[in-house]
Write a protein that binds this ligand. Structure first.
Ligand SMILES: *[C@@H]1O[C@H](CO)[C@@H](O)[C@H](O)[C@H]1NC(C)=O
Ligand SMILES: *[C@@H]1O[C@H](CO)[C@@H](O)[C@H](O)[C@H]1NC(C)=O
Ligand SMILES: *[C@@H]1O[C@H](CO)[C@@H](O)[C@H](O)[C@H]1NC(C)=O
Ligand SMILES: *[C@@H]1O[C@H](CO)[C@@H](O)[C@H](O)[C@H]1NC(C)=O
Ligand SMILES: *[C@@H]1O[C@H](CO)[C@@H](O)[C@H](O)[C@H]1NC(C)=O
Ligand SMILES: *[C@@H]1O[C@H](CO)[C@@H](O)[C@H](O)[C@H]1NC(C)=O
Ligand SMILES: *[C@@H]1O[C@H](CO)[C@@H](O)[C@H](O)[C@H]1NC(C)=O
Length: 649
């Protein structure tokens, strides 16, 4: 009640005419029907980098922003982009490049609607009379906004028109600060199934990009990086191969190429304050639209295109053949207003002409974090981050996580198995693509995994979700699976995983990932669950809590899958996979005498202390001495096979 009274008081203060207004209604809506292409933008946080920081990367969760874009015409002045909150429809319905028709709704808070005479108490006639004394005087701009809102409401409009209305409402400060248009019923008119730069069936693809390195002499902004520096970071050279080219070529087993001839780089000088089709931008302060950093982001492609139009029209004509466009500018040259290290369009469509990444180095850096640029371009393809449970970017073995690269200028660390599988770069070893549900229970099946760098068939994919059918990579449905892979640092500078941190070298990695290699953007990040080796962790190695010699996951039908590390060489690792049907071998006499390791703990029947009660009641034949005691040393059947197994603590 007290709150209501306060609200009433506030409203009365705003306008005496509101006396008696329906208190239930807090806003006035304007709904407009539009058509546009969905574009999704992912923010990418700076890496935390020191290798000690594993499991506490001070990084932000990636944010995904949905926009509707109108680029139906190539006239730059007709470009329009509007952020939209599709709420729960976003994940299920939309991917970059889909053409949708959607109602966009803007809720004007009642006290703002009053300022436009749009509140429920007013009528157009009322207002038109203009002299009733009931209305606040409003400016020309308010009057224009009011008319537009009334005309547009419940009609079909172009995105440009809506952008104009939003610009006006923002200028007049009639929308709350982080308010965006909402849409709960987007209808896809044209699905964009053509995703680009996924490798399909080993067919080689050429990456073509254009990179723009911006400076602003009119504002005295001369960043420490120019196109020559970027060239050293993009393309292999004798200074070192910690380059974008090497990330793409080596990590994709040369199924992607990134050649200098088709990836031009330009220096572009721009006014740091100005205006483009989306409205005013201001690189000194950001927030040219009064709300967020969209106008600054969208200004860079527009300024890049106008640079090309003047200087390299041939490149502009072939714009859509350059599948990636990269914009580099130290956004925070004067003050801190743009947080992410990079922002990237997520899951670009092969049919769309644009696919953008923005990189935001500081004015102090004379280099870039190439692993984050690689992450931005991987996001363009549709790969999400590499996480650990509850920890965005928590995978220290992957540039899409939070990797620390040993020799950042000369070496690279490639992606984890699920990301590599998703991108179409690598695949399971032969007979290593399995469903947990079809494994014979209680049996340890061995697999030899080559180090990921040595063979593009290199991991196990074990399906742990029985609700989605079994092995079918082409299906669009997500499907939970475990990935088991072995990572070894190449001895050659710049080779596959040459930058892998020593503490992570020669390890077997267990990840969970929900997506299939179906050429579509990933729905979720990959998640690192466990790192396997046959050693106890020395305390100076970070992330020790992740290390062990076995890993178990519970299956939906109550059983489980256990993976044991068994042995390794410098080129391969042996693991075993076992499906359990019970957590306790001693559950019954039958499970204690069937010759199976029913609970997959590495101990069969009488070797398993769980079976002690059955054993003592029914002593085994005298020939099998080992079976009669419960105080024996760790059972041997599996232990023996674990090379050099010892605990040194
Ligand atoms: C727009 O139309 C809806 C539905 O008719 C109505 O509820 C709303 O008040 C209208 N908005 C304005 C600003 O007139
Ligand atoms: C989007 O809308 C939903 C429901 O309308 C709301 O709960 C959510 O906070 C909104 N998200 C953003 C980022 O505005
Ligand atoms: C980088 O790779 C190229 C081949 O792409 C090779 O010729 C060059 O020697 C390498 N540079 C270094 C420093 O290893
Ligand atoms: C790069 O990798 C090679 C091969 O693993 C290694 O010998 C070298 O020390 C690394 N470079 C740096 C600077 O750490
Ligand atoms: C890579 O793996 C495939 C399938 O598992 C195998 O046939 C091939 O011989 C391996 N290649 C090398 C170089 O080991
Ligand atoms: C499996 O891992 C657990 C936890 O790390 C450990 O306690 C157990 O001894 C391991 N099992 C075997 C058979 O080594
Ligand atoms: C998946 O497992 C559950 C639990 O055992 C079972 O009820 C269901 O029928 C299984 N579904 C399939 C497709 O096998």
């Amino acid at each position: 009640m007290a709150q209501r009274a306060l609200l009433l008081a506030a409203l009365l203060a705003a306008s005496a005419a509101l006396f008696g207004c329906a208190l239930g209604q807090k806003s006035v809506s304007v709904t407009v029907y539009v058509e546009g292409t969905v574009s999704i933008f992912q923010s990418i946080a700076a890496g935390s980098s020191p290798k000690e920081s594993f499991l506490t990367p001070p990084v932000e969760e990636p944010e995904f922003i949905y926009t509707l874009i109108d680029r139906a015409t190539d006239k730059p002045s007709a470009f329009a982009a509007i952020r939209v909150n599709f709420s729960d429809k976003a994940a299920s319905l939309l991917s970059d490049g889909d053409l949708v028709q959607a109602p966009l709704t803007l809720e004007l808070p009642l006290e703002k609607a009053v300022l436009l005479g749009l509140d429920p108490e007013s009528s157009p006639d009322d207002y038109a009379a203009g002299d009733s004394g009931r209305r606040l005087l409003i400016s020309e701009a308010h009057e224009q906004a009011r008319r537009m809102a009334l005309d547009f409401n419940e009609t079909r409009r172009s995105l440009q028109e809506v952008q104009t209305l939003l610009g006006l409402l923002n200028t007049l400060e009639l929308l709350s600060f982080d308010q965006v248009a909402t849409s709960d019923e987007p209808v896809i008119v044209e699905k964009s199934s053509e995703k680009d730069l996924f490798i399909v069936d080993g067919k080689q693809l050429e990456i073509r990009s254009v990179t723009f390195v911006f400076s602003s002499s009119s504002c005295n902004v001369f960043p420490p990086l120019d196109s020559n520096d970027i060239r050293q970071l993009w393309f292999n050279n004798d200074q070192g191969n910690g380059t974008l080219q090497n990330y793409f070529e080596t990590c994709s087993y040369n199924q992607l190429t990134f050649n200098q001839e088709v990836n031009p780089i330009f220096d572009v000088d721009i006014p740091c304050v100005g205006s483009t089709a989306v409205g005013p931008y201001n690189f000194r302060t950001g927030y040219g639209n009064g709300k967020n950093t969209d106008n600054e982001l969208f200004a860079l492609p527009a300024l890049a295109k106008s640079f090309l139009r003047r200087n390299y029209p041939g490149i502009l004509e072939r714009w859509s053949s350059y599948r990636r466009q990269i914009f580099i500018f130290p956004f925070n040259f004067q003050q801190q207003w743009f947080k992410p290290y990079a922002t990237a369009q997520f899951g670009c469509s092969a049919k769309a002409s644009d696919c953008w990444s923005w990189i935001n180095p500081s004015m102090r850096e004379s280099s870039l974090d190439v692993s984050r640029v690689f992450q931005a371009l991987a996001s363009n393809t549709g790969l999400k981050s590499s996480d650990a449970p509850g920890l965005p970017y928590g995978d220290p073995s992957d540039p899409l996580g939070d990797v620390w690269v040993n020799g950042i200028r000369e070496n690279i660390t490639c992606v984890n198995a699920p990301q590599s599988y998703k991108a179409g770069w690598s695949s399971p070893i032969s007979r290593g693509h399995i469903s947990a549900f079809t494994l014979p229970p209680g049996v340890h099946r061995d697999f030899i995994l080559p180090a990921m760098g040595l063979n593009k068939s290199n991991h196990l994919r074990i399906i742990t979700d029985n609700s989605t059918g079994f092995i079918d990579d082409s299906s669009l449905k997500s499907q939970r699976a475990l990935f088991v892979s072995y990572r070894v640092s190449s001895q050659e500078a710049g080779g596959y995983d040459s930058g892998l941190y020593q503490g992570w070298n020669n390890r077997v990695w267990i990840h969970e990932f929900d997506s299939r290699a179906n050429g579509q953007p990933a729905g979720k990040p990959s998640v690192l669950l466990k790192v396997l080796a046959n050693e106890r962790r020395s305390p100076d190695v970070p992330g020790w809590g992740m290390l062990g010699n076995n890993f178990t996951t519970v299956l939906p039908n109550g059983g489980g899958v256990t993976i044991f590390f068994k042995s390794r060489t410098s080129s391969s690792a042996k693991v075993s996979v076992c499906r359990s049907v019970t957590q306790n071998e001693g559950a019954s006499k039958a499970t204690c005498s069937d010759g199976l390791d029913n609970d997959c703990d590495g101990r069969v029947d009488s070797e398993d202390p769980d079976c002690a009660s059955f054993i003592t009641r029914t002593p085994p034949p005298a020939t099998n001495k080992a079976k009669s005691t419960t105080s024996q040393p760790p059972p041997k059947s599996l232990m023996e096979t674990i090379e050099g197994f010892h605990f040194d603590v």
